[in-house]
Design a protein around this ligand. Structure first.
Ligand SMILES: C[S@@+](CC[C@H](N)C(=O)[O-])C[C@H]1O[C@@H](n2cnc3c(N)ncnc32)[C@H](O)[C@@H]1O
Length: 198
C-alpha cells in the first residue's frame, strides 16, 4: 500500500528495514521533543496527530510529556505500524493510539495540531492535501525536516530534501500559509495553517 508520491522531493518511501535509525534517542539532542511541543503549542486536551510517525519514538515522548493530549500516530506502511504498535504497548501510555490512513476519513477538519517530522520530503501532493484537510478551524501543522542548506554529518542527501524557502513554496502551493519559521541544528521548522479562500 502507499499513496501516489507525485510532487514529493524524494519519491522513494522510507525503507522499514532502516527503522532502527528512527529509534535512536540521540536524535533528541538535535530535535528535542519538548522543543517540538513548545513550537506546536497544543491547547490543553487537544488532539495532536503525528503524521508519518515511523516507529513512534517522538509520539511516545509527546504522550509522556503531555498526558492531557490525545496523540494519534499515523503511518501508512504496515511494517512501520508494527513497530509503532509494539512501541506503544511497551510505553504503556494511555493517551496514544496508532492509526492507519483509512482512519483519516473520520478526522477531517477536527485535528488541532499536526506534526510532520522528517516527512515533508516524502509526501506527494495528495497526501499533503489530505493533511491540510485534517486541520480544525484555528488548527496548525508543524513541518520539521532535514535542511538541504546546512552541512550535516547524517540524514538524507541534500538533493532529497528541501531548503526552508523551497519547503515554504511547496506548502504555499498546497494551500498552506506559513505563519512561523524557526530552525534546529540540521532542520528547518515551518508552522503552517490552512490558507483562507481555498
Ligand atoms: C523518515 S520517516 C520519519 C518517521 C518519524 N516522523 C520520525 O521522525 O521518527 C517517514 C515516515 O513517514 C511515513 N509516511 C510517508 N508518507 C506517509 C503518508 N502519506 N501517510 C502516512 N505515513 C507516511 C513513512 O512510512 C515513514 O514511516
Amino acid at each position: 500500500m502507499g499513496h501516489d508520491r507525485s510532487g514529493a522531493k524524494q519519491p522513494d518511501r522510507f525503507d522499514p528495514a532502516r527503522a532502527s535509525i528512527l529509534d535512536d534517542t540521540g536524535r533528541f539532542a538535535y530535535v528535542p521533543p519538548a522543543a517540538l511541543l513548545e513550537a506546536l503549542a497544543p491547547p490543553p486536551s487537544s488532539t495532536l496527530l503525528d503524521f508519518g510517525a515511523g516507529t513512534g519514538l517522538y509520539a511516545v515522548e509527546f504522550a509522556r510529556l503531555r498526558p492531557d493530549l490525545r496523540i494519534l500516530a499515523l503511518d501508512e506502511q504496515p511494517a512501520m505500524l508494527e513497530h509503532l504498535r509494539s512501541a506503544l504497548a511497551q510505553a504503556g501510555v494511555l493517551n496514544l493510539a496508532a492509526i492507519e490512513p483509512p482512519a483519516l476519513a473520520a478526522l477531517g477538519g477536527s485535528v488541532e495540531r499536526i506534526l510532520a517530522l522528517n516527512v515533508l520530503h516524502e509526501l506527494g501532493d495528495d497526501a499533503l492535501g489530505a493533511l491540510r484537510g485534517l486541520l480544525a478551524p484555528g488548527g496548525a501543522a508543524l513541518f520539521v525536516d532535514w535542511n538541504a542548506e546546512v552541512e550535516r554529518p547524517f540524514g538524507p542527501p541534500k538533493d532529497h530534501v528541501y531548503g526552508p524557502s523551497e519547503a515554504e513554496r511547496r506548502l504555499a502551493g498546497a494551500g498552506f500559509a506559513v505563519v512561523g519559521r524557526s530552525a534546529f541544528a540540521y532542520h528547518y521548522a515551518l508552522r503552517a495553517v490552512s490558507a483562507p479562500f481555498r
